[in-house]
Ligand binder design. Structure first.
Ligand SMILES: NC(=O)c1ccc[n+]([C@@H]2O[C@H](COP(=O)([O-])OP(=O)(O)OC[C@H]3O[C@@H](n4cnc5c(N)ncnc54)[C@H](OP(=O)(O)O)[C@@H]3O)[C@@H](O)[C@H]2O)c1
Length: 216
């Protein structure tokens, strides 16, 4: 996270929080240097954007790709020299089940995550000779996190008139929690499996809804 604050996670002598902005090369350099030897990189930082494309400012689209896509690429690049030299290491990229089944108003977000899927699957072939592994974790809809609140910042205040009714229907569906959803624990377990189980598949769905989509 960009600004770690005390009390967010239980204190432990096995846990150290370091500030990191994945869109800032200097912040990445400082964080990787301060971390010391790394066994696993989990690219989880991400921002959402649920809006009709016509209502999205290009600055917002760029921020989504800067964080979700280029941030993941930059972080991966930053750890690769040590992973390659130690002939070990795992990179886990958290994308989304929306890349398995397209949903409306998510074109920019889905594009940013689908790019990470493709990036990961290609890079895995290039790193296999060095015993460095790449994995994807695809969470389903997780209303228990701050994702929705954080996405609203990029969505702006106004609703595009031509899409207003459609947008309301989609928003109502997003708020509906009567269908299975994903919990943070599901994602943590999928990440743990990706890191610790060399036999884990490349794409690991996380959450009951994501698992159902992956099996369809
Ligand atoms: N919630 C869902 O429905 C859902 C579904 C599928 C996939 N996902 C994916 O799951 C991941 C986690 O999302 P979440 O649901 O936990 O959302 P969240 O509560 O909004 O958490 C997002 C995290 O990313 C960090 N972040 C954002 N920009 C960053 C930057 N430039 N540098 C470093 N950290 C940054 C945020 O920390 P700061 O803002 O403090 O920096 C925050 O800790 C994301 O990749 C998201 O796309 C979420």
């Amino acid at each position: 996270m960009r600004t770690p604050h005390d009390g967010l996670l239980p204190s432990s002598d096995r846990l150290r929080l370091l500030p990191l902005d994945v869109t800032d090369a200097e912040s990445i350099r400082r964080c990787v240097e301060a971390a010391g030897p790394i066994d696993a990189l989990v690219n989880n930082a991400g921002v959402g954007l649920l809006a009709p494309l016509e209502g999205i400012a290009m600055a917002s689209a760029r921020e989504v790709f800067e964080t979700n896509t280029l941030g993941t690429i930059a972080m991966t690049q930053a750890v690769l020299p040590q992973f390659r030299q130690q002939r070990a290491g795992v990179v886990v990229n958290v994308t989304s089940s929306v890349t398995l089944m397209p949903l409306p108003l998510l074109a920019v977000y889905t594009g940013s995550k689908a790019a990470v899927n493709a990036f990961t699957e290609s890079l895995a072939l290039e790193l296999a000779p060095f015993d460095v592994r790449m994995r994807l974790v695809l969470p389903g809809r997780a209303p228990g996190t701050r994702f929705g609140d954080n996405a609203r910042r990029l969505m702006g205040e106004g609703v595009h008139e031509a899409y207003a009714d459609f947008q309301q229907r989609v928003f109502a569906g997003v708020r509906d929690t009567s269908t299975p959803v994903t919990h943070a624990q599901d994602v943590a377990e999928a990440v743990w499996r990706a890191v610790t189980d060399p036999a884990a598949p490349m794409r690991i769905p996380a959450g009951a809804d994501a698992a159902a989509l992956a099996a369809a």
